[in-house]
Design a protein around this ligand. Structure first.
Ligand SMILES: Nc1ncnc2c1ncn2[C@@H]1O[C@H](COP(=O)(O)OP(=O)(O)O)[C@@H](O)[C@H]1O
Ligand SMILES: [Mg+2]
Length: 436
């Protein structure tokens, strides 16, 4: 949903609300960023540019927290864009936690009435009114169906669609203005903000999210020890997803497990994302720790498929071929695939230069011991080469690649010796040569 797609009365309301919201955002922005700029300037003199930059990034992230849920979500999405934003800013943004206050009893009842037309939907024997988790878009509750099954209800907050649509309309306008400033010339500000807005607004679409969950559950059923909760379609509504309740979710569970169990978690988590990218071409692009859990019964739980991307068959194959050639160190072939999969080339593109440097990057990375190979570092260099030599990556390919980068830290924490390239091989074989 974009502002151009909402109905006329809502669009009018958004327009009417914009000046007040814009004033508040601007006031908070000035109050935060002016002292931040002064502090950064002082730091630049005393401690150098890197210290100044990280101070500015920290203050900017603090500002997003002050501006509220839409901006926090936006910051989280932007924090994954290692293809366009500086790595230090991405690191800072990825620390943003989506910690909204839980809905109180009155809000919960309102949300239930909005979703089901009644605060006591008849299919449920019981709904605990204290949420088990609170996010900016929804809260998650534990309940029980009349059939006795224990379920999780992901219930959308009342008014969240309006607030987010207003905030994002504002951000898009701001981006349009900022993009014209000389410092931002040549950067894809409007495109990046546009795709960020779509990703944030996409989180409001629970019909699509529950379809995504169902598809992922089916696709990942072939990966051992991976659990995507089953959706109860009949009891779900456009504002409430009802699914199987996964008991005892605990972000720290893996830390208490033995090193051998942690290695198994790492292998299953990585197998899941490789299966999505190389075999199914349907990728959960938001596998940060709040959406990926490890349980005491050795399961890897994948939740929250709100931000998922489908790859065309052609790009899925190219992605798999790229990885296959990377794992054998065939740099020339990898470089050629990047050019073949690119959305286009800039007016000043230097294809020969790109092919040479890209090929060299793959060969160098192949020579590294598994422990020292970093996908983030590799992708960072590749993005840099693409920018410098004018080769524009296909947008469809960026998000699945970024999702691998999001999960890399989690996998490395669990198993510092993980060989990302070796682990990909059996799944690549299935993706390239196996029957689907
Ligand atoms: N099926 C489930 N069973 C148990 N807890 C769940 C379930 N789904 C979500 N949760 C809990 O709710 C939290 C938020 O759910 P999620 O779908 O990630 O929402 P959000 O879009 O707000 O991030 C999860 O991190 C988890 O703790
Ligand atoms: Mg989540």
């Amino acid at each position: 949903m974009t502002t151009s797609e909402v109905s006329a009365p809502i669009a009018d309301r958004i327009r009417a609300a914009l000046p007040r919201r814009a004033f508040r955002v601007l006031a908070l922005g000035v109050a935060h960023l002016v002292p931040a700029a002064v502090a950064a300037l002082l730091l630049a003199v005393v401690r150098g540019r890197d210290a100044a930059r990280s101070c500015a990034y920290r203050r900017l992230t603090a500002l997003l927290v002050r501006l509220g849920p839409t901006f926090i979500k936006a910051g989280q999405v932007l924090g994954t864009r290692r293809d366009v934003l500086p790595p230090a800013l991405c690191d800072e943004l990825s620390s943003l936690q989506d910690s909204a206050a839980p809905m109180d009893l009155v809000q919960t009842r309102r949300a239930l009435v909005e979703a089901y037309g009644t605060a006591h939907p008849p299919d449920f024997a019981r709904i605990d009114h204290r949420p088990v988790a609170a996010g900016s878009v929804a809260c998650v509750y534990r309940g029980e169906l009349r059939t006795g099954e224990v379920v999780a209800l992901k219930l959308r907050r009342p008014d969240v669609a309006r607030t987010m649509t207003e905030d994002l309309a504002l951000v898009r306008r701001g981006a349009g203005i900022v993009a014209r400033l000389p410092v931002f010339r040549g950067l894809p500000v409007v495109e990046v903000v546009g795709s960020m807005s779509d990703a944030v607004l996409g989180q409001l679409d629970f019909v699509r999210e529950s379809e995504n969950l169902r598809r992922l559950r089916e696709n990942l059923s072939v990966v051992p020890r991976v659990w995507v909760p089953k959706v109860h379609v009949e009891q779900s509504r456009p504002r409430c997803i009802v699914m199987e309740f996964v008991p005892d979710l605990d972000a720290q569970a893996a830390q208490r497990c033995s090193p051998a169990a942690r290695r198994r978690f790492a292998a299953s988590g990585l197998a899941a994302i490789y299966q999505m990218i190389f075999v199914d071409g349907f990728v959960h692009c938001d596998m940060h720790p709040g959406n990926l859990y490890f349980t005491a019964s050795s399961q890897v739980v994948v939740l929250d498929a709100g931000f998922s991307v489908r790859l065309s068959e052609r790009l899925r194959r190219l992605f798999a071929e790229f990885f296959m050639n990377m794992s054998t160190g065939n740099g020339d072939k990898c470089a050629e695939i990047v050019v073949r999969s690119a959305a286009g080339t800039g007016p000043e593109a230097d294809l020969d230069g790109f092919l040479r440097r890209m090929s060299d990057l793959v060969r160098r990375s192949h020579g590294l011991p598994a422990r020292d190979f970093s996908l983030i570092a590799f992708a960072g260099e590749m993005f840099d080469l693409q920018r410098r030599f004018g080769v524009h990556a296909a947008p469809e390919l960026i998000f699945p690649l970024l999702s691998l980068l999001v999960i890399e830290g989690t996998i490395r924490d669990l198993d510092p010796g993980m060989d990302f390239q070796e682990a990909a091989k059996p799944i690549l074989m299935r993706g390239l040569f196996g029957a689907k």
